[in-house]
Design a protein around this ligand. Structure first.
Ligand code: G3P
Length: 213
């Protein structure tokens, strides 16, 4: 499973990259707005830190305008992935992107037929939002299982990019369900290698070692 960071925060991206387990970055308009910086500059900075895929989302809702944004964003760096919303205009834009060999991450996916459609058109990544389904009392993880089954049935190459992961258990369950990628906030990322018994065990080893000296 690949690990992406779901943030536009440069310090967090640098910290994760330094650990050697950062495979890519996803951003969205809310995350970019939180940083209060120029979008293009921010994407440039992120692409200098990681050579993995960096998703940059369009904010237009009409196909032609989406394509203008997509082509501009793609100029920033070769690893920029265009993020499009899974609405009719977004699917039309996806078709054009595929023809122009622009890699796309289809976002805001909440049900398996959306995932089937965007794979048929040729999305490189498809982003189901698990946490937001859980928020409204649905089973977000079931969507990953359904997507895995559908993509395997038809041998689609679209990668399942599990998004809206709110805690380490989401990451674990998404991995078991066969998601290709998990994108998560830094607060979740930094919990992936932590366990209280590791810290306690190390403390004990070091205090025993001091006694020997
Ligand atoms: O970037 C898309 C997704 O990961 C957002 O997550 O927690 O705002 O639902 P969340």
């Amino acid at each position: 499973m690949k690990f992406f960071l779901d943030t536009a925060n440069i310090d967090q991206i640098k910290a994760a990259n330094d650990m050697g387990i950062l495979d890519g970055v996803t951003t969205n308009p809310s995350l970019v707005a939180r940083e209060g910086k120029d979008f293009r500059t921010l994407v440039e900075q992120i692409c200098r830190i990681t050579s993995g895929p960096v998703s940059a989302e369009v904010v237009s809702t009409e196909c032609r305008a989406m394509m203008t944004e997509a082509r501009e964003l793609r100029q920033i760096a070769p690893n920029v992935i265009i993020k499009l919303p899974t609405i009719a205009e977004g699917i039309k834009a996806l078709k054009i992107c595929v023809a122009e060999e622009i890699p796309v991450n289809m976002t805001l996916v909440f049900q398996p037929l959306q995932a089937l459609i965007v794979a048929k058109v040729g999305a490189k990544f498809c982003s189901p939002f698990l946490g937001r389904l859980d928020d409204i009392g649905e089973d977000g993880m079931k969507l990953i299982h359904d997507m895995r089954q559908i993509y395997d049935n038809y041998m689609f190459e679209t990668e399942i990019l599990a998004a809206s992961l709110r805690h380490p258990f989401h990451v674990l369950e998404a991995a078991k369900a066969g998601a290709d990628i998990g994108t998560m906030p830094y607060s979740v990322f930094e919990q992936l290698w932590k366990h209280p018994l590791t810290d306690l065990g190390l403390e004990k080893f070091l205090s025993d070692w001091k006694k020997l000296k």
